[in-house]
Structures are given as C-alpha cells and as structure tokens.
Design a protein around this ligand. Sequence first.
Ligand SMILES: NC(=O)C1=CN([C@@H]2O[C@H](COP(=O)(O)OP(=O)(O)OC[C@H]3O[C@@H](n4cnc5c(N)ncnc54)[C@H](OP(=O)(O)O)[C@@H]3O)[C@@H](O)[C@H]2O)C=CC1
Ligand SMILES: O=C1CO[C@H](CO)[C@@H](O)[C@@H]1O
Length: 362
Amino acid sequence: MSMVRYGVIGCGMMGCEHIQNINLLPHGQVVAVQDPVRDLAVSAAKLAGGAQVCDTLEALLAVQDLDALVIVSPNDCHVPQLRQIAATRTLPILCEKPLFTAPEDEVFLRDFAASYGAPVWVAMEYRYMPPIALLRDEAQEATGGIAMLSIREHRFPFLPKVGAWNRFNSRSGGTLVEKCCHFFDLMRLILRDEPVRVMASAGQAVNHKDETYDGRAPDIWDNGYVILDFAGGARAMLELCMFAEGSRYQEEISAMGPAGKIEARVPGPGRFWPVHLGDAPVPQVIVSPRVPKGPRLIEVPVDPTLLAAGDHNGSTYYQHERFNAVVRGEGRPEVTLADGIAAVRIGLAAQESAATGRAVAI
Ligand SMILES: NC(=O)C1=CN([C@@H]2O[C@H](COP(=O)(O)OP(=O)(O)OC[C@H]3O[C@@H](n4cnc5c(N)ncnc54)[C@H](OP(=O)(O)O)[C@@H]3O)[C@@H](O)[C@H]2O)C=CC1
Ligand SMILES: O=C1CO[C@H](CO)[C@@H](O)[C@@H]1O
C-alpha cells in the first residue's frame, strides 16, 4: 500500500493536530472525518485538503476506501467507539489516550485485544518526544541500572477555560488518569518493569472555576505526588503541578542508579507554548556519571516544521510515522492495547490511593 487513507473520529483540538501531522506524512491522507459538531468536522475536512464529512461514526465506517482510523474523541467515547468499530470493520486503529476511564471496560478491552483482527496502537505519544526517547535508550547504561525514576510535570491550568475542552469534567477520568497515564506509561517503558504498589496524595490548590466554568467539572486535582514500587525493586515518583503559570508546560525526567544520573528536560514548545513568551528553551538531555567527569549535555532541537503542525516536540508526527508504517505492513504497534490498559490501571489505582489515603496493590 503506497498511501494510507485515514478516517478521523473527533475533530477538536487534538483531531486537528492529528490531521496536520498526517498531512505531513509522505504516505498518508485523511479522506473522511466525523464529529457531532458539524462546523468542526467541516473545517477539519478543509484542513485535510478536502475530506468527506460524516455526521455519525456509522457513516464514517461506511466509507469504503479507508485503510485506518484515528480515534480522537473525548475520553469516555473511546471504548464505545472501539465496540462499534469491532462490530463493523477490521481496520488498523490509532486510539487516543486514556484508552478507557471506567474500570469495568477492562474486560471488553482484553477480549478486544485477543479477537480484533487488525493492529491497534494507543497514542502514548510522550514516548516519542525526542529527549524522552533518548533518555529511554541511554538510561539503563548511564545509571548502571535505574534504581529511582522521577517525573515532574509542571504546567498551567488551561482548563476548563478553553471552551468545549472540558478535559477535567466527569467524562475525563480525572487528572491522574487523563493526564498522568502518559507518565505511568513512560515509567513502565523506561524501567522495563511493572509497578506492584501505588501511593498517592493529590488535591486542589487553586480555584479553577472562573466565569467560563460550565458547572460540570468536579474538583480538579491540580497538585499531587504518586509513588510507585516496581516489581524489580526500583521506585518511581510523579510530581504533578497544574498551576505553574510561569513554567507553562514542562516535563522533567531524572533516572538515577549506581553509575550516575540522566535527566531529560522537555520545555514544552509547540501547541501549549504561548507565542508571546518567545522561543522556548531547547529540549535537552544531561548525563552525569558518578565519577565526576563533568556532565554531558545533549541538546535535542525540534524540527520547526513539526512545531508548525501544532505538535509538541514532534511527538505526534513521530508516532504517526510509525503507525503509518504498521498500516503499510511494516512492523507491529509499539504501544499496544496492553500498554494502554496498564497505564490506566495505574492511574485508577493512584486515584483510589489518593481518595482513601491507603497504598493500593496493582
Ligand atoms: N496525546 C496527547 O498529547 C493528547 C491527547 N488528547 C486526547 O485526544 C482526545 C480529544 O481531545 P481534544 O481534541 O483535546 O478534545 P476536544 O474537546 O477539543 O475535541 C473532541 C471532539 O470530539 C467531539 N466528540 C464528542 N463525541 C464524539 C463522538 N461520539 N464521535 C466523534 N467525536 C465526538 C467533541 O464534540 P463535543 O465538544 O460536542 O463533545 C469535540 O469536538 C482525548 O481523548 C484526549 O485525551 C488531547 C490532547 C493531547
Ligand atoms: O498531553 C496532553 C496535554 O494535556 C492534555 C490535558 O491534560 C492531555 O489530554 C494530553 O494528553
């Protein structure tokens, strides 16, 4: 197959980012889009260079010349849409995170993973941020075996101020699932291990309910710590700060072990970096060996074409590049349904721990 013809389900902020990145692929073209808000679907179709506009998922699934689907609808739509797709077609799917939000959906997802006849890739795109990918590849050697992993996520509270994007409403799954599934996925990936126990403390430090508050969102957990014990003995910690106005959008990851330390800094240019703040600092990785030879600094510049596609750090594009290859028969999904399930399970366990004040076994 020389060209992959995509159907995009959900044409909000992220749907448009997917379309812009598919537009950049040498072997990709969006041929159909669907969103209950017709105006959004119409402008997304234009963004794709003229795709068919469908009012329902049923109509989109009836489009014959489709090779792959991208699910970019709100979090609680993912599972019902996977069910509907499985009952109708067998096409490769790239599904946005979190894969699910309700614990009972895990049963369906396990059956689906065993029975669906085409590749399914869960969009854990943080794996593809260049500094994080570099850290993942170098961390075990640089640290001599990771004993401690720390991820710090600092960002501004842009919700629920941004219109329809009520990500922290009751449909989202809550902050520790919605946002933090990325970080739990990274922990499993970097440590190449599974957590056995989670302890979390989280709360709300800032009142996010301003004049645009739609009355639906519950408390937004904007500050939290999650500590995980991994089966092999490593410990990991997530620091979540969602009101750091000054830092806008930033991830920092450090891995430490007997041989040294490696750190990745993703300063968050791209979609969340307001233009008036000027150029963001360059993403970087710092490797500090235990014997003080002086730290080694690796700058990981971002391709400006990818930033222009609304991406943060090129991760959406790099993910699409790989998914596109899978659809064309080259390789298998790197982020599987099992990975998507694992990340949400950790988030749900963290939520339970934060709500009950007890450690939760996974
Ligand atoms: N990987 C990443 O870094 C990111 C991932 N995401 C994920 O992408 C997904 C979409 O987020 P985002 O684009 O920001 O959200 P938006 O609210 O901007 O867009 C979602 C769109 O889907 C529409 N929609 C609602 N129900 C359906 C349905 N049944 N079928 C098709 N479309 C539907 C919504 O309409 P309406 O408003 O009327 O409900 C809305 O237009 C989420 O799962 C989110 O977690 C988001 C940002 C970054
Ligand atoms: O990476 C992301 C940016 O933040 C959004 C809001 O929490 C997430 O949905 C998304 O996955």
